[in-house]
Design a protein around this ligand. Structure first.
Ligand SMILES: N[C@@H](CCC(=O)N[C@@H](CS)C(=O)NCC(=O)O)C(=O)O
Length: 207
């Protein structure tokens, strides 16, 4: 049985849960409660040396980094679903997953940190930082909108793990108060991805 270490409150864990549902895979969620600092438990750090969630354990294999986990699951269990087995669509998927991790998720998620998470942690709302985070998020959003003017999905012609990763980043941008409706292609694509049962099932987390 696949074990997923994380918690549904974490965007990076939700991505994995969405993919597991899309692939029809059953799994055990081992809750790593970030609000209690469980990620620093020595047993967990043996699995994930960076003390972050999520971590996937499949038999003897341990995979960390959410976008690597997405690739592993799609490659191992998808048979062409969620990532093409070869060709341009496969490399579009890998390219945008990589961009998401290295360039996109940071500025797209920042408004959520400033507006939602830090105040929840007891810090006063920093209006200047929020304004800056909203301005900074426009750069990746413009890029996403341009890409989606030429293709339906980040995996090219069909829905893939790149869309799962990117939708979670855009979700955090919106939750952080950024109006993404001014980007028509992002709006069309986001509606497509978020109306799927797998996405909806991971929104209101039990853990
Ligand atoms: N690049 C990592 C990022 C993982 C990450 O930042 N996870 C957050 C939860 S969404 C976490 O574990 N934070 C705990 C901490 O920073 O102490 C991935 O994609 O898996």
């Amino acid at each position: 049985m696949i074990k997923l270490y994380g918690m549904t409150l974490s965007a990076h864990t939700r991505k994995i849960q969405t993919a597991l549902l899309d692939l029809g895979l059953s799994y055990e969620l081992v809750v790593v409660d970030l609000t209690k600092g469980d990620q620093h438990n020595p047993e967990y750090v043996k699995l994930n040396p960076g003390a972050k969630t999520p971590t996937l354990v499949d038999g003897d294999l341990v995979v960390i980094e959410s976008n690597a986990i997405l690739t592993y699951l799609a490659d191992t269990y998808g048979k062409g679903k969620l990532i093409a087995e070869s060709g341009a669509d496969r490399w579009q998927t890998i390219q945008w997953l990589t961009w998401n991790g290295s360039e996109g998720h940071g500025p797209l998620s920042r408004p959520w940190y400033v507006k939602i998470l830090y105040p929840l942690m007891g810090m006063p709302l920093d209006h200047a930082a929020l304004e800056k985070s909203h301005a900074d998020a426009q750069v990746p959003l413009k890029l996403l909108d341009r890409v989606l003017s030429c293709q339906n999905y980040f995996g090219g012609s069909s829905y893939s793990v790149a869309d799962i990763a990117m939708a979670e980043s855009v979700f955090l941008t919106q939750w952080g108060g950024v109006d993404t409706s001014i980007y028509p292609n992002v709006t069309r694509w986001f509606l497509d991805v978020t109306s799927r049962d797998s996405y909806k099932a991971t929104r209101f987390p039990p853990h």
